[in-house]
Design a protein around this ligand. Sequence first.
Ligand SMILES: Nc1ncnc2c1ncn2[C@@H]1O[C@H](COP(=O)(O)OP(=O)(O)OP(=O)(O)O)[C@@H](O)[C@H]1O
Ligand SMILES: O=C(O)C1=C[C@@H](O)[C@@H](O)[C@H](O)C1
Ligand SMILES: [Mg+2]
Length: 172
Amino acid sequence: MKKIILLGYMGCGKSTIAQNLSKITNIPFLDLDKCIEKKANLSINEIFEQFGEIHFRKLEHEIFVELLQSSEKSIIGLGGGTPCYANNHELLKSDDVTSVYLKASIETLYDRLVHNKSKRPLIANMNEEEMKEFIAKHLFDRSYYYNHAQHKVAVDNKTIEETVQDILEILA
Ligand SMILES: Nc1ncnc2c1ncn2[C@@H]1O[C@H](COP(=O)(O)OP(=O)(O)OP(=O)(O)O)[C@@H](O)[C@H]1O
Ligand SMILES: O=C(O)C1=C[C@@H](O)[C@@H](O)[C@H](O)C1
Ligand SMILES: [Mg+2]
């Protein structure tokens, strides 16, 4: 059964947009980060602290594959790094998948993340200057993987409703 996959950098709005899209379409929403937390019975921060990022990436891949194999129609919000590890980007082109990259600029991401970084272990301990530089470099490295999505939606200066509308047009 068809999966709608939203991907993109931390803070681009995957969880927010997926929740809103789910309300309008009545298609259930699954947040991969939340599924990982539920399965591990730990927060993402705790998984990183106690087991390290490599362990997190293994769990992330396993649970992503499980979600794709389930027979239910769903909207899946990926983690910010999901497409960039374990060849997950190749799964974005599967026949029963519609994948959408929510593309945000460095400025948009910085503005959204600067006051909201504590639950995001990769940036939690950075100051504002470090964060800006990190996002710029990291986004550049990751764009290769994000660009494997079947569709792209630019999110800068758009309301949640406008971005949802753009996705509904892709799905129509
Ligand atoms: N137009 C908008 N579209 C989406 N999110 C917006 C918008 N304006 C402000 N926001 C805020 O930006 C943040 C986006 O964070 P969200 O958790 O949805 O991103 P994410 O891509 O799921 O991040 P992560 O990869 O860390 O899980 C939220 O706090 C949301 O309220
Ligand atoms: O960008 C990333 O690598 C991450 C984003 C979050 O969604 C979480 O999956 C985790 O904090 C790692
Ligand atoms: Mg999220």
